[in-house]
Design a protein around this ligand. Structure first.
Ligand code: AMP
Ligand code: FE
Ligand code: FE
Ligand code: ZN
Length: 293
């Protein structure tokens, strides 16, 4: 059996592994294919593609866009994106500015609570264009302001806690369109975490291609539920560990195993999408199954 892990974060967002570390761990886990899905960026994809090609692991370029639908935050995975697509790069640059400003707002909230953290400490630790709450939490641990990441989230950073700041997001429908025009497939990430199944018909209407049925935080029953949903709406099935590095001392990469036949269906859907595109947009260099995209 061949397996894939199509949900991974690197140092280009809130993960702690480099793209090269991800590629070598994918190889040692025996994964046939992986995708890099950093939050609101595709910046790590070039390095991951090179490292995966060297390791003999198929690589699919990806991202995890922070979007919004009906007032709820919703994460959309984009696969097979052209990492040079101009509109995509413009949109994600805006999301990154929003993220950077939000770090400053969260730090200001913390300061009001007499937590002496500076935005500079967070940016230095994050060292990427797409900083997020995990970087704030890590900076707080590093400065000795909390004992661990859980404490940072539970006391300050979780939604509804005093240093939580909402972020402005693109609508899910616009994000699906953005992914499509960049040559990608749009997949709803970890629906079991949102538990807002009512949005799925709207997203399907907006052109959603797939649903992430297998995820670290999906128990078997939840995966089974979304496999049924995928069948009902004729959606592609994806899955991944959502590895952000070491979690309680262990890497999650490879712990969620997407059977490879689903990856083949993704390739087929991508091909069909390109073939049926009315305005011809060239296939990104490297092509499918070349192990580089
Ligand atoms: P942000 O994109 O800045 O809103 O941060 C969201 C990220 O924070 C998620 O992708 C997870 O990596 C992480 N996260 C969310 N909730 C928690 C939590 N309770 N404990 C640790 N990490 C979390
Ligand atoms: Fe994350
Ligand atoms: Fe997510
Ligand atoms: Zn993720």
């Amino acid at each position: 059996m061949m397996f894939a892990d199509l949900h991974l974060h690197s140092i280009f967002s809130d993960g702690t592994f480099t793209p090269e570390e991800i590629a070598s761990r994918a190889k040692s886990q025996g994964l046939a294919a992986i995708a890099l899905t950093d939050h609101d960026t595709v910046e790590g994809c070039a390095r991951a593609a090179v490292a995966c090609a060297a390791a003999g692991v198929e690589f699919i370029s990806g991202t995890e866009l922070t979007t919004e639908h009906g007032g709820n935050e919703l994460h959309l995975l984009g696969y097979f994106l052209d990492p040079h697509n101009a509109r995509l790069l413009t949109e994600i640059a805006e999301s990154q500015i929003v993220r950077q400003n939000r770090i400053r707002e969260m730090v200001a909230q913390l300061n009001k609570l007499n937590v002496p953290l500076t935005a500079e400490e967070v940016f230095a630790l994050a060292n990427c264009k797409s900083p997020g709450r995990p970087h704030v939490a890590r900076a707080m641990v590093k400065a000795g302001l909390v004992a661990n990441l859980d404490e940072a989230f539970e006391r300050f950073l979780k939604k509804g806690r005093p240093a939580w700041v909402p972020k402005k997001k693109v609508s899910a429908a616009d994000a699906i369109q953005l992914i499509h025009q960049a040559g990608g497939l749009a997949v709803m990430a970890h629906p079991g975490l949102n538990r807002t199944d009512s949005v799925i018909p709207d997203l399907v209407e907006a052109g959603l291609d797939g649903i992430e049925c297998f995820h670290t935080k999906h128990p078997k029953t939840v995966s089974a539920h979304y496999l049924e949903m995928a069948a009902h709406f004729n959606l592609l099935v994806t899955g991944g560990s959502d590895c952000h590095g070491l979690s309680k001392g262990k890497p999650l990469i490879g712990t969620v195993k997407l059977p490879y036949d689903h990856v083949e269906k993704l390739y087929a859907a991508r091909k069909a999408r390109h073939a049926s595109a009315t305005s011809p947009s060239p296939l990104p260099a490297g092509g499918e199954r070349a192990g580089v995209r």
